[in-house]
Design a protein around this ligand. Sequence first.
Ligand code: NI
Length: 399
Amino acid sequence: MPQVDSIRQDVDELMPGLVADRRHLHEHPELGFQEFETAAFVKDRLEQLGVEDIRTGIGVTGVTGLITGTKPGSAKNILVRADMDALPIHEENQVEYKSQNPGVMHACGHDAHTAILLGLARYLSDHKDDFSGTVKLCFQPAEELPPGGAQAMIKEGVLNDPPIEAVFGLHMANNDPVGKIIVGSGPVMAAADGYTITIHGKGGHGAYPHGCIDPVAIGAQIVVALQSIVSRNVDPMDAAVVSNCVFQSGEAFNVIPDTAVLKGTVRTFKLETRDLMEERITKVATDIAEAMGATVTVDYVRGYPPTINDEAMTELAREAGAAAVGAENVISRPPAMGAEDFSYFLEEKPGSYFFVGSKNEEKGFIWGHHHPKFDIDEESMGHGLTAMAMGVLTYLERE
Ligand code: NI
């Protein structure tokens, strides 16, 4: 196994560079599929490091590069991915590296992910004689903007040339303290689907409902009935969520409107549960509306699939995490209902997506992801880079 002490020492030396890169990216956030300056910054860095086969404009703004080790041995190919996009949020932090792009903010830590992958590029470039095989660096656009950048990059062949055999990715975690690394085998994040139900009734005077077909009353029944899908149709040992988050209808207090629109999000971990939710939501909405004399259109859109980690790759991530922060600081995490488009990479190749604690109450880094005061303890980047370098080198070294 690679020597974690020497990796850590090198990472400590790289840390000022990581912090500078992350702060630069934080000051200049860009929304999904608009990461042009970010991609140019990444390309510049990779060129400075002598990274081979740098390609840009993949899935609009994605960037890739290759680093091949010179140590004799097996020749495996692994891809490491970082997402580059920011969010449409106006930053409320008063820090010197505050966003200079009003209304746009790195409020999820993707600036840190990009800086860590640049740090990995630097580390691997400096240590080519310590490994054999090839690492593909993958800087991905638009994780926050479904259908997302992962799918776009995969369609453009990011997993070929050279043929990729395994994938790693990481995410900052502001709900976990700095110094912790969180791993999980199997599903770690959910599939995220959405629906729009449009109820077509018949409007009229609020005082004369018998002459109308009231889409509001029907919509109310549908919202309640949708909740019974999770409680009555889904296996109690499985997990699912349906949250109806939009109910739009009507303008005046005494007018029954013609239509009502319901919109919601659906989260699942298993394909069969995902199919069941789509089928039941469509049936419940359609049949309730029909029973009450209305018609309905149901538009069900599948978003990101569940993020499912490979067992062997997760064991490797766990070992790498333990080497980086100590076995006692590696936490096994039950799956969460958020979603992530790294899932598309994991549909294609075995891999693991792990989380790096970045919260620090003493330093005031307490705000959750997507909050206008979100900020991370930058120490976490050192832990993330050490674990990632350790994981990648161990993967390449093992038969
Ligand atoms: Ni994120």
